[in-house]
Design a protein around this ligand. Sequence first.
Ligand SMILES: Nc1ncnc2c1ncn2[C@@H]1O[C@H](COP(=O)(O)OP(=O)(O)OP(=O)(O)O)[C@@H](O)[C@H]1O
Length: 242
Amino acid sequence: MNDMLQVHTPASIAPLELDGLGFTHRGQPLLSDLSLRLDGCRRTLVLGPNGAGKSLLMRLAHGLLPPTHGRVRWQGEVPRQAMVFQRPVLLKRSALANLTYALAVHGTPRLRRRTLARQALERFGLGALAHRPARVLSGGEQQRLALARAWLLEPRMLFLDEPTSALDPAAIKAVEDAVTDFHWRGTRILMSTHDLHQARRLADEVIFLCGGRLLEHSPAERFFTAPATPQAAAFLRGELVW
Ligand SMILES: Nc1ncnc2c1ncn2[C@@H]1O[C@H](COP(=O)(O)OP(=O)(O)OP(=O)(O)O)[C@@H](O)[C@H]1O
């Protein structure tokens, strides 16, 4: 790890409160009256059927979308945040240039950028691909590049919206290892997934959405062994829930 990337103490991340959060589009409520609090340095996995509002929740919480109801409130200093999407948004430049550009925007001195970017590429197993155009990389490589970019920005809060849904097992493992490394570095994680096994592997706690409503927010062990709602119980049994 390079000298500019510091290890943070989890206690120093401001809690995030979602207070009566809602999003209505053309009169249709897509997410309704959602209140919860995220604190500490937990890995919170967002689960729910298609269209439940998982991506919407992530975008609202990250501030990419203004809510139509309620608010997103940081109880303290707003932390540095990053988001990783299902399909990475990469610039039409080399893998290395994608990272040096992100560092430039971040305000890293020019002389440090290349070294840091190189280290991050190595860290995510992309060293040999530094000069390849980012957009011709495979899906798994692109996702690792997106994670390397997020890593360089040292987020205290990382949002991941179904980051492994289009990947094969080896690429999924790389993403899950990265999520674990972010966690150990002191980053709070909010991540949506369709993959129950993945949620079991990674979650400290679970948010379960269904039909645009928050049905559960509980410690992972409790959610998986004794879900509180029939919808979550059915979802865990693999039944069709919507
Ligand atoms: N910006 C937006 N404007 C209007 N409607 C939206 C917007 N974003 C999402 N929606 C709608 O909100 C609903 C919930 O979408 P969302 O993508 O959050 O679901 P999801 O739980 O992530 O589903 P999936 O598992 O299929 O990805 C969908 O009907 C979607 O079309």
